[in-house]
Design a protein around this ligand. Structure first.
Ligand SMILES: *Cc1c(COP(=O)(O)O)cnc(C)c1O
Length: 384
């Protein structure tokens, strides 16, 4: 063979069983015959084209289904696409959604677009009592949409009560569990049909990948969502899945450390005179504290604080970075009203519980004393 052909056809040796999950960075897979290829194209358990399915992605999908106690899962290009695929799978023109008020800003933006473009209406509830679902019901209600720990104020809805009420009325329940991860809460055990994650956050955990996961309690809904993801072209790239797998291996260690540090920092901030409110469900003063204690194994690693001159506090931070994302090894701070929730008008901001004085601190794995020293100096900087 010529060098051109030999270069094009280099192949990996068939190895023994590797310790790490291999990265199958291949857009397609070869078969012995056209019949085998044709069969593979329609067999959901085989791998033909990575825009449909890929072995590295499948490793992550199986791990997430297992951790969440679901039947199947789907790895997508982002958390937002996991949300969009789930909504497109469930909803038709003219349908109705019941959603909790405190939600990730990007989700509210998606809902607003559903309202404008598809005539899908949304009723917002607090999410503390099953009666709210009953009262919001309409003939075309299809979906109850919740967040386990709401971004950024840490609201925790009563998932078991709300999901039971939804099921009784023929609705599906989707829960964005990005802030909880499967280590703190498994919404499927509380009656959810779909659990959504932005894997960009805790699952990936190292600030180097954007991705999403949707976990399904049942196979039928998964199949529909999988076809939807293929049509939209939002199946995850294998390299992204591979990075998320790498992150997932240390998730229990990272989340334990970050939650422990967050609890300590929340207490210290609550006692600081320059802080007017600390929104952290681990504090007994938080309105969701009782539900969080019942439903979560820890209170999460994200704290929203209200401070006088929020922007100045953020500029004063030195160790904690001004950055928009969360859930990684490095602690970050951001101003929700002008970043994650910038699409919301004043009314919607009030509904989501986001004030102009609010700063969201996402606690990483650094030593908590170093984080506190930084927060303390930023709250009361020494005059020079
Ligand atoms: C970041 C985030 C999303 C969106 O995920 P991307 O990966 O950025 O698309 C959805 N839900 C929550 C709760 C988030 O924090």
């Amino acid at each position: 063979m010529h060098p051109e052909t030999r270069a094009a056809r280099l192949a990996a040796p068939a190895p023994g069983q590797p310790v790490a999950v291999p990265l199958y960075q291949s857009s397609n897979f070869r078969f012995e015959s056209p019949q085998q290829l044709a069969e593979a194209m329609t067999d959901p358990d085989s791998f033909a084209y990575s825009g449909y399915a890929n072995p590295t992605n499948r490793a992550l999908e199986q791990a997430m289904a297992d951790l969440e106690g679901g039947e199947k899962s789907l790895v997508t290009a982002s958390g937002s696409s996991a949300i969009a695929v789930s909504l497109q799978t469930i909803l038709q023109h003219g349908d109705h959604i019941i959603a909790q008020k405190a939600l990730y800003g990007g989700t509210v933006a998606i809902f607003n677009q559903l309202v404008e473009k598809w005539g899908i209406e949304v009723t917002y509830i607090d999410g503390v009592d099953a009666n709210e679902v009953r009262q919001a019901l309409r003939p075309k209600t299809k979906l109850l949409y919740l967040e386990t720990i709401a971004n950024p104020i840490g609201h925790v809805p009563d998932i078991p009560a709300l999901a039971a009420e939804a099921k009784q009325n023929g609705l599906l329940t989707a829960v964005d569990s990005t802030f909880a991860t499967p280590l703190l809460c498994r919404p499927i055990e509380y009656g959810a049909d779909i659990v959504i994650h932005s894997a960009t956050k805790y699952l990936g955990g190292h600030h180097d990948v954007v991705g999403g996961v949707a976990v399904f309690a049942g196979n039928a809904l998964y199949r529909q969502a999988q076809q939807q993801a293929v049509k939209l072209g939002v199946v995850a790239d294998p390299f992204a899945a591979w990075l998320i797998i790498r992150g997932l291996k240390t998730l229990p260690l990272r989340i334990a450390r970050a939650c422990e540090s967050a609890a300590r920092l929340a207490e210290r901030m609550a006692a600081h005179p320059a802080v007017s409110v600390v929104h952290y469900p681990g504090l007994p003063t938080h309105s969701s504290h009782a539900r969080a204690t019942k439903l979560l194994s820890a209170y999460g690693a994200t704290i929203a604080v209200e401070v006088h001159k929020a922007q100045r506090f953020m500029s004063n931070l030195e160790l904690i970075m001004n950055a928009p994302s969360l859930g990684g090894t490095d602690s970050t701070a951001m101003h929700p009203a002008t970043t994650s929730h910038r699409h919301l008008n004043a009314d919607e901001l009030r509904t989501a519980g986001v004030s102009q004085d609010m700063v969201r601190i996402a606690v990483g794995v650094e030593h908590p004393d170093d984080l506190w020293a930084d927060i303390e100096q930023a709250l009361s900087p020494k005059r020079t």
